[in-house]
Design a protein around this ligand. Sequence first.
Ligand SMILES: NC(=O)c1ccc[n+]([C@@H]2O[C@H](COP(=O)([O-])OP(=O)(O)OC[C@H]3O[C@@H](n4cnc5c(N)ncnc54)[C@H](OP(=O)(O)O)[C@@H]3O)[C@@H](O)[C@H]2O)c1
Length: 230
Amino acid sequence: MKKNILIIGGSYGIGFFIAQSLQKDFNIYIASRTKGGLDDLNTTYIQFDAAKDNLNLSLLPEQIHGFAYMPGSIDLKPFKRMELETFKSDMEINFFYMVKVVKDIMPRMADNSSMIFFSSVAAGSGMPFHTSIAASKGAIEGFARSMAAEYAPKIRINVIAPSLVDTPLASKLLNNDKKQENMANRHPLKRIGNAQDIGNTALFLLSDKSSWITGQVIAVDGGISTLKTN
Ligand SMILES: NC(=O)c1ccc[n+]([C@@H]2O[C@H](COP(=O)([O-])OP(=O)(O)OC[C@H]3O[C@@H](n4cnc5c(N)ncnc54)[C@H](OP(=O)(O)O)[C@@H]3O)[C@@H](O)[C@H]2O)c1
C-alpha cells in the first residue's frame, strides 16, 4: 500500500521539489492557493489558502504518513522600520496558520509518521534586519520540540532551518547578478541553496531512513550558521 503525504504549499519552491520526488512512490496531496506546476505531476490537488480556509478533511485520506508545511515569508528591515503589522503577518503565515492545520490533521497522523516544519538560519544565528522572521521561526522551533516530545514515539517531528534558497520566496534578494554573488560569498560553501538541497533533507526526514531522529532542528545552510571562513 502506498503511503500518504500531505504538503501544504507544494505548487512551487521547495515543496514542489518534494512532491516531484515522491509522486511515484507515494500518494501526494498538495494544498495551496495556486496549482503552479502541479498539472505535470501525479498528485491530488486541494485548493486551499491557509490564511482564509479550513482544510477540507473530507478530501484527505484517513491516515497521513508524512506532512510538510511550506508557506513562509522573508521581510527584512531594520527594527526601527519594522512595523508591528509585519511581526503579526509573519507570525500568522509562518506559525499560527501552521498550528491551525496541524491541529486539524493530528488525529489523522499514522503510527510511525513524520512531520516537517521549516525554520530559518536566522532563528538560531543573530542576523541584522531579521527580527520579525527570526521571531516567528523561533516560535516554530520551540513548538516543534514540544510537539515531538508530546507525540513520541508515535509521530516524529523535525524542523529544517535553511539559509537563502533560490525559490520564488527569495526572488527579491536574488534578482540581479551582484546580489546573487554577494549572497553566495556570505556562505562558507560559496553558493546559495536550491530547492533540491533543502528538499533532499526533507525526503530523508519523511522516510524511514530517519526513523531514530525526532525533535531536531537541522541546518541546511551552506555552513553559514556554524563556520567562519572569511
Ligand atoms: N527560500 C528561502 O530562501 C528560505 C530560507 C529560509 C527558510 N525558508 C522557509 O522554507 C519554507 C519553504 O520556502 P520556499 O522558498 O519553498 O517558499 P515559496 O517558494 O514561497 O513556496 C511556498 C509554497 O507555499 C504555498 N503557500 C504560500 N502561501 C500559502 C497560503 N496562504 N496558503 C496555502 N499555501 C500557501 C505556495 O503556493 P501558492 O502561492 O500557490 O499558495 C508555495 O507552494 C518556508 O517556510 C520558508 O520560510 C525559505
